[in-house]
Design a protein around this ligand. Sequence first.
Ligand code: OGA
Ligand code: NI
Length: 326
Amino acid sequence: MNIFQDWPEPIVPIPIIDIGRLCTDDITLQTKTLDQISKACREWGFFQVVNHGMSPQLMDQAKATWREFFHLPMELKNMHANSPKTYEGYGSRLGVEKGAILDWSDYYYLHYQPSSLKDYTKWPSLPLHCRDILEDYCKDMVKLCENLMKILSKNLGLQEDRLQNAFGGKEESGGCLRVNYYPKCPQPELTLGISPHSDPGGLTILLPDEQVAGLQVRGSDDSWIIVEPAPHALIVNIGDQIQMLSNSIYKSIEHRVIVNPAFERLSLAFFYNPKGNVPIEPLKELVTVDSPALYSSTTYDRYRQFIRTQGPRSKCHIDELKSPRS
Ligand code: OGA
Ligand code: NI
């Protein structure tokens, strides 16, 4: 099945970058790859990575176990239902005002790190090997995020640990997983799987559904560009916190998910975030007379609180933090 074949609009591929090339001895190839990543972060805020080091089997297993979870009877899924207070567990979108159009999706949200927030009892107890698979999956995700953070720092002309330190260090940075399940939708034109939003955190690594299209990224001309995933690729995107730290050199781009009348869809979004209480503001090395700080200081905890009570609303929150002079 190739549902992209009959897609009505032309598909502009977001960049696909072979990051395995960074591990070769060929300096020219390494430099070229770093440049590709730099351009993608500045112009797109989104790119796909291949040869990322994550095992294709583990990626497939992770999707299979979550598909099984979402197909469990409601009583079993509800054993892990999130309470309105905490976002962890199984549920649908919370925190939106009365009358809002709800997203056509279920999700499961869990914390992997810091260790103080990791609580296996809040991870699914079924399917049987789900927790083991998740542990392996999240461990590899953190490794990949830590590597990307170094690359992103270097590409900004900074020390390679600069962004990681701005996040509060490796041990304190947050890593959490949101698994999205989009059931078939009889009238897809009336709703969305996820409303337009930019990711509030630092960096997102998405394992998409390779069979079913759904993710759309806002293009520079305001159109919605459908993402066609390459085989066993991961989709990386810059979140609001890195947009602010980089003083908008890297872009956190708006995206949304459309639903499908014939197929369900599943995706795993791993979010890598700053420690909740460290100040987030444009890095001083990137602020000059010609490029003054574009954002006032905040913390991720404060930022997230706003998003959770308001629900995803395009990019209005990051815009609110724009310094008055900009
Ligand atoms: C998200 C998200 C995209 C997708 O979870 O923030 O944008 O394809 N998901 O499910
Ligand atoms: Ni998102």
